[in-house]
Design a protein around this ligand. Sequence first.
Ligand SMILES: Nc1ccn([C@@H]2O[C@H](COP(=O)(O)OP(=O)(O)OP(=O)(O)O)[C@@H](O)[C@H]2O)c(=O)n1
Ligand SMILES: C[C@](O)(CO)[C@H](O)COP(=O)(O)O
Length: 234
Amino acid sequence: MGKLGVILVAAGKGSRMGTAESKQYLQLGQKPILVHTLQLFQNIHEVNEIILVVGGNDVERCTGYVQSYALSKVTHVLAGGAERQDSVRRGLEALEQDTAWVLVHDGVRPFVKKEHVFDCLSKAKEQDAAVLAVPVKDTIKVVDSEKRIQSTPDRRSLWAIQTPQAFRLSLLQEAHQRALQEGFLGTDDAMLVERIGTTVHVVEGDYYNIKITTPEDLPWAEWILQNVRGEEQQ
Ligand SMILES: Nc1ccn([C@@H]2O[C@H](COP(=O)(O)OP(=O)(O)OP(=O)(O)O)[C@@H](O)[C@H]2O)c(=O)n1
Ligand SMILES: C[C@](O)(CO)[C@H](O)COP(=O)(O)O
């Protein structure tokens, strides 16, 4: 069967949030956003190990979270890299030898539904690679640097991709190695797997699995916590 590892990436600067404190440490309800996300995966029985990847200056703080919130599945708190892809790669290097499956998740997505995590993992176990996503609701257009509309893709084929992204570990390791060797930088892990020829499958999640990114997301996150997900589900 092989073990399941989670790489939780939280080494970003949160520049689009515009706060002095990196967004993953902003309070959401009674605790930092990152702690909500950590507790969610801590409380998934099937998760054997969590690798937490944070900013170099935050390793000590986050090691403190591991102790104070009894996050027993966190085996490593590592410094991330300049890009999200670098942070994921560093996480991959730390996973236990007998890990067969990996979930890569954004530390600033505290509201993923456990049921959807299981759905994504199940699909990956069938197909080697799967990502959570939702159909886009707006019309999306391709726009040039002069803000002139170039094309309008058929909305029926467009999905907004989320995390977790689930993979057979050996596949993701190969994809990251190839991307590093070839100097390819992607915005998600699925891109790296797609480019080496593996079909990645989409699993439908929900619109509450937001990536907390800009100030407008904060009141929305508080509402979701109070009205949808609740602290007890973390
Ligand atoms: N070098 C990086 C960049 C991002 N991330 C993480 O990847 C997730 C998604 O990235 P994003 O939302 O873009 O976070 P930031 O890069 O911090 O945001 P911004 O682009 O606004 O600076 C976040 O949990 C972020 O902490 C990371 O671990 N290492
Ligand atoms: C991985 C991701 O969350 C999928 O939508 C997204 O690509 C992360 O992008 P970011 O710019 O690093 O937030």
